[in-house]
Ligand binder design. Structure first.
Ligand code: ADP
Ligand code: MG
Length: 781
């Protein structure tokens, strides 16, 4: 079954050539116990290694089961070693960091025997060599004889056809040697055993055939064998170590050097720590900026009024010019703000366009209606005029009108009396987000009102007095007195009377006016700002829906006063002459115009604001200058504080941190290389057991994989722990809480990067390990 034909193998060291095998021809029977005797350096080990496929011959042929090995690939040799050959060495060659049972299982790992079967086979083999009770021990807890038994058990576990023993008793005392020889003798009953020994007595006593070796040649053979020509019956299963087994093997190895591994992992985690902290800080600052921005932004909605001053160009003008020389004179010029003021022609089309804004970008829009409400209330059973403003009730119409004008003019940023309308009910409601309901319900229908009080639950007494409540300053008004309180709005035709002069004055209130009214309002709820960060969208007092205003306008559009006002350039209430703009305002006030005086759009967040502005810009595309509708974005001042600078700083810091990451990659490379040197013997053993080059690479890749993941996780944990002191320091400096925040996704990505980098760093040494010559590796001490 095993035939050597004119085998030659020589070693070249410098100029000297050693012929370790010099034309060796010998055949072995399938079952016999061959002892090879010979002086030291005669080539016995070399022959054994060549037979076992650990070393390659230079010329001649080795025939296994009738198959020439001349054209054997690495894989064929690996399979041959794993399937057919068991090795026993003088110095046992156990893997020190594995338990003895794991040592025995090692070869079966490579041949892909399932775990449970592997364990059973290993136990059987250990029982056979008499070590049943020692399975949990590690090699260094055993005596030499016991260690050799483990080695025998390992060689046996795969049930090889050939057992190769290189001076198996060389390191053992006589008594133990006899025991081991008896064991080997027993094993030779059903396989070929080739044993190299120094000891002729043992050879004589146990072997069935003795071959004497000298200077790489066979001197004599006590029981020569001349086989008939054999048919090729060579057929072997490929070996393959699974990734999981490679990881387990490396893990036990790492566990034997915990201290060093921990230190290395810590050192290489520093890069991860610094990157993680930089990211956490940048992340936190970005969030901080975003919230600051969106707060500032929401305070200043994008507004569209009928006349918009162009703030932007005004601000630019101011900044871009240097101070002029003193020329001894000054120049008179037009008012910039006035010059750039633009009349926005807000049309129904435009309103409809605004209503179609994507609710994802801006869900809350309030329409500022200029319409005056002809409000009536019942006080102690008597109908009286009431009003929703905190202003002193006017005695004359002129006063009332001027009050109304003040209201319209001041509506822009002071909080409005009309609450925003949601576009999409499923999105956020800006009113509910910023206000807390003290009593009653949120407004549901167009005629539901809310009373807005301040955060201290107070309200200007005039507001209550104007609603018809008879109270003194400092009086406590029960909420139940307010919620559910009803008012009515009279139509213009009921409310005003025409004088013979063509002018109009309000009628004296009467109960018919109240009874005729179709618009019955009630205070649905009392609300106040949620907290000190809440936006005060609404002026303190009564606020109502813009649908209500639309209904009032609808009712009054064809009223006598509106018709009269449309045909006159004089104010029909005061008799004053008016220009076009004033006329428009007056018409709005008496419900003659459906066009709102202003629109306030509340973008949902900072990013959405740009979308909103784009949407508004799109309207203007292709329109002439005077048809364009300009908006005012008061928050644009804040937007200069963009994240651009922060991104730049982050990039620089990460670049620095990345340097330490590369450093740790190199360190891992060095460590892996050291590990390769340390584990040279193990590499030899694995190869003797049939490991492929790939398997060896895999074992070391697995080691760096474990190290990479470990240092990545360690880095993240340390970074996470560091975030607490960092945040408390930042808090004491900036008053901002929890700035540094580690994004879990960043953490995972960093662990991934750490793993990949360490694997890259360790891969080269792993390749070096795989290339190591098994024969040389096993000779190393
Ligand atoms: P034995 O096992 O009989 O003592 P070896 O087979 O180990 O002998 O060695 C045979 C000869 O080959 C010796 O002279 C030894 O020095 C030489 N030799 C073995 N391995 C190498 C090697 N890797 N490089 C150079 N010379 C070697
Ligand atoms: Mg030797």
């Amino acid at each position: 079954m095993l035939q050597l034909r004119q085998l030659r193998k020589s070693y070249h060291v410098g100029d000297t050539v050693t012929h370790a095998l010099d034309d060796v021809s010998i055949s072995f029977r399938n079952q016999e116990f061959v002892a090879i005797l010979g002086p030291s350096g005669s080539g016995k080990t070399t022959m054994l290694n060549v037979i076992g496929g650990l070393d390659r011959y230079d010329s001649g042929d080795l025939i296994i089961n009738g198959k020439s090995t001349k054209n054997f690939t690495e894989t064929d040799w690996d399979a041959y070693r794993n399937n057919s050959v068991g090795f026993i060495f003088q110095n046992y060659n156990l893997v020190a960091h594995l338990s003895i049972i794991a040592n025995v299982e090692l070869g079966m790992n490579l041949s892909g025997v399932p775990a449970s079967k592997r364990h059973q086979k290993a136990l059987d083999a250990l029982t056979k060599v008499g070590l049943k009770d020692q399975v949990a021990k590690s090699p260094n807890q055993l005596s030499g004889g016991q260690m050799q038994r483990v080695a025998i058990a390992r060689a046996l576990a795969n049930d090889p056809d050939i057992l190769l023993c290189d001076e198996p008793t060389g390191a053992l005392d006589t008594e133990t040697s006899e025991q081991i020889m008896q064991l080997i003798k027993q094993l030779s009953q059903d396989r070929l055993v080739v044993m190299v020994t120094h000891n002729p007595e043992l050879a004589k006593k146990y072997a069935t055939r003795i071959v004497n070796f000298q200077d790489g040649k066979i001197l004599n053979d006590s029981n020569d064998f001349k086989p008939a020509n054999e048919v090729d019956t060579f057929n072997l299963k490929r070996t393959k170590m699974s990734y999981w087994n490679a990881i387990k093997l490396s893990f036990t190895n790492i566990m034997t050097k915990k201290g060093r591994t921990a230190l290395t992992a810590f050192a290489s985690s520093i890069g991860i720590i610094s990157i993680a902290i930089v990211l956490a800080l940048s992340n936190g600052f970005q969030k901080q900026i975003d919230t600051t921005m969106s707060k500032a932004l929401a305070k200043y909605p994008v507004t569209i009024t009928q006349s918009a001053a162009n703030f932007d160009s005004f601000a630019q003008e101011k900044n871009s010019k240097n101070v002029a020389k003193n020329r001894g004179y000054i120049t008179a010029r037009k008012d910039k703000a006035q010059q750039s003021s633009h009349k926005n022609k807000i049309t129904l089309d435009y309103i409809n366009y605004i209503k179609k804004i994507n609710p994802k970008y801006a869900n809350n829009i309030s329409y500022q209606v200029g319409v005056n409400l002809n409000l009536l209330g019942k006080i102690d059973g008597k109908v009286k005029r009431v009003q929703f403003s905190p202003l002193e009730a006017g005695s004359t119409m002129t006063e009332a009108y001027s009050q109304m004008q003040t209201q319209t003019a001041s509506m822009s940023f002071m909080g409005s009396t009309v609450f925003p309308t949601e576009l999409d009910k499923s999105q956020g409601n800006i009113l509910k987000e910023n206000y807390h309901l003290l009593s009653g319900t949120w407004p549901k229908s167009a005629t539901d009102l809310v009373l807005v009080v301040d955060s201290q639950n107070t309200i200007i007494d005039n507001v209550l007095k104007n609603l018809g409540l008879n109270i003194k300053n400092g009086a406590k008004v029960d909420l139940s007195q307010l919620v559910g309180r009803e008012f009515r709005i009279a139509t213009n035709d009921d409310y005003y009377q025409k004088l013979p002069t063509g002018m109009f004055i309000p009628k004296k209130v009467n109960s018919a006016m109240y009874a005729n009214s179709k618009l019955k309002l009630r205070i649905a709820g009392v609300i106040r700002p949620k907290n000190k960060d809440s936006l005060e969208l609404l002026a303190h007092g009564i606020a109502y829906s813009d649908q209500l205003a639309q209904q009032v306008i609808k009712e009054n559009q064809s009223s006598a006063i509106v018709k009269a006002q449309k045909n006159s350039n004089q104010n029909v209430l005061t008799g004053q002459n008016m220009n076009k703009t004033t006329k428009k305002q007056v018409l709005q006030a008496i419900g003659g115009s459906t066009i709102p005086a202003g629109i306030m759009i509340y973008p949902n967040n900072f990013k959405a604001k740009n979308k909103v502005l784009n949407y508004l810009d799109n309207w203007n595309k292709g329109k002439t200058k005077q048809d364009k509708i300009n908006y005012t974005d008061m928050s644009s001042a804040v937007t200069t504080m963009t994240g651009g600078l922060l991104n730049g700083i982050t990039a620089v810091l990460i670049a620095f941190a990345a340097i330490s990451l590369v450093t740790s990659m190199i360190m891992i490379g060095i460590l892996t290389y050291t590990s390769v040197l340390e584990r040279t013997k193990e590499i030899g053993i694995l190869k003797a057991l049939g490991a492929r080059k790939k398997d060896i690479t895999r074992v070391f890749d697995a080691e760096t994989f474990i190290l990479g993941i470990f240092s990545g996780i360690l880095g993240i944990v340390i970074a996470w722990l560091l975030i607490f002191p960092i945040n408390s320091v930042l808090y004491s400096i900036t008053d901002l809480t929890n700035i540094a925040q580690l994004n879990p996704i960043h953490a995972l990505v960093l662990i991934g990067i750490s793993t990949i980098l360490t694997m890259l760093g360790g891969h080269l040494p792993a390749r070096i390990a795989a290339k190591k010559d098994a024969a040389i590796a096993l000779r190393s001490e």
